[in-house]
Every structure is written in structure tokens, then in C-alpha cells.
Write a protein that binds this ligand. Structure first.
Ligand code: URA
Length: 204
């Protein structure tokens, strides 16, 4: 049986891409295995590499504030990244690094089976919405493989740009409402009377 501890142990020993060479600590992610909400960032920065924990630097401080705005405690959500080792100088992760690490992220998602995935920034958004522009879809819920996925701006980008900061704060303030509306919409579309006749027939 796959479990989060096993996945984390494999991540800490991983040498699948060159990012392992420069790491002090890999950052598998943290949070409860039964979290309803999973947040996916980009990759560890300096502080995360030092501590082996996700979002513990300045953008982590801001993320904690954003979660509080949404009415969630950090301890009740699972926080992960698309790449688990720090890219040198905090450069963007390369496609081959994201690809190598996706086996771990996919297993984490499968084990946690969250009701909602929140992507933080372009790289985690691209996993679910490859051609989307974050300026167009941030704060909107879509269903991907039966799961609610909401793209948000990355806290680090929003920290330094007042307009983005306002937008991400507003998105998190509305988070529970966004989730509720998405759940309601999913229930509506699953009601037999709302299904097209051909779909109703296919049930028998
Ligand atoms: N930025 C990220 O995307 N992830 C972290 O863990 C920290 C900063």
C-alpha cells in the first residue's frame, strides 16, 4: 500500500533529476493524509531547502495569512510542490524536472484524494490546465477527473505586486464560497432529471 511516509522517503533519496545535487533537504510536503484541501506550489526556495518543509519563508508567511482569510488552519490542509528539490538560485523548474517529479506528486494526490486542489502559480496550474492563462482563470473552480481544481496566483508573485496581492486575497476570502458553488453545480449535473435523455437511458 502506498502511503505518504513511503513517498516522502523515496523523495528524500531521489536522484532522478539534477536538482538532487544541490539540495540540503528535499521537501516532500506536509499535512494530514485525509486533508480535504491540497495546495500545490512550485518548488522549494532557500528556507524550504534549509528546513525540508514547504512554504516556511516569506511566501509561506503570506500563505498562512491567505489560509486564515479563507478560514482554514495550515494544519488541516496538505501543502506540496510540483518539484521537491530547490532549483538553483530559485530559477523556474525545467519541464524535465517537473516531469521527473510528477510521479511523486501524482502518488501524493492519489493517496490524499483531496476534494479540492488549489494550484499556486503557473507551474502547478499547467499540470491541470496546460494552456490556460492564470490572469483569466484565477479564483475559478473547474472539475478535473471528478475533483475541484482552483488556480490561484503564487503568493510570492502577489507579495510584490499590489494588484495581484489584492486579487489573491480576494480569491482566498471567497474560497469557501467558490468550493460550495462548485459542489452544488456538481450535484445539480448529477441529478437524473437534469441529465440528457440519452444519459438517463444509459443507466439501464
Ligand atoms: N514557493 C513555492 O512554490 N513552494 C514553496 O514551498 C516555497 C515557496
Amino acid at each position: 500500500m502506498d502511503d505518504l511516509k513511503q513517498i516522502a522517503a523515496e523523495i528524500r533519496a531521489c536522484t532522478l533529476c539534477p536538482l538532487h545535487v544541490g539540495r540540503k533537504n528535499a521537501v516532500p510536503g506536509e499535512g494530514p493524509a485525509n486533508a480535504e484541501i491540497m495546495l500545490i506550489g512550485e518548488g522549494p526556495g532557500f528556507h524550504e531547502d534549509q528546513q525540508g518543509r514547504p512554504f516556511v519563508g516569506p511566501s509561506g508567511q503570506f500563505l498562512n495569512e491567505l489560509l486564515a482569510l479563507a478560514g482554514y488552519r495550515r494544519e488541516e490542509v496538505f501543502i506540496a510542490n510540483v518539484v521537491k528539490c530547490r532549483p538553483p538560485g530559485n530559477r523556474d523548474p525545467l519541464p524535465e524536472e517537473i516531469e521527473a517529479c510528477s510521479r511523486y506528486l501524482d502518488r501524493q494526490i492519489a493517496v490524499i484524494n483531496p476534494k479540492v486542489i488549489i494550484t499556486l502559480g503557473r507551474y502547478s496550474m499547467a499540470k491541470f490546465f496546460p494552456n490556460a492563462k492564470i490572469s483569466a482563470i484565477h479564483g475559478k473552480a473547474r472539475r478535473v477527473n471528478g475533483r475541484i481544481v482552483i488556480a490561484m496566483y503564487h503568493p510570492a508573485a502577489a507579495l510584490h505586486q499590489p494588484a495581484l496581492r489584492e486579487a489573491i486575497e480576494e480569491d482566498f476570502r471567497r474560497l469557501r464560497e467558490i468550493i460550495r458553488a462548485a459542489e452544488q453545480q456538481a450535484e445539480e449535473t448529477q441529478k437524473p432529471e437534469r441529465q440528457a435523455p440519452s444519459e438517463q437511458l444509459s443507466l439501464f
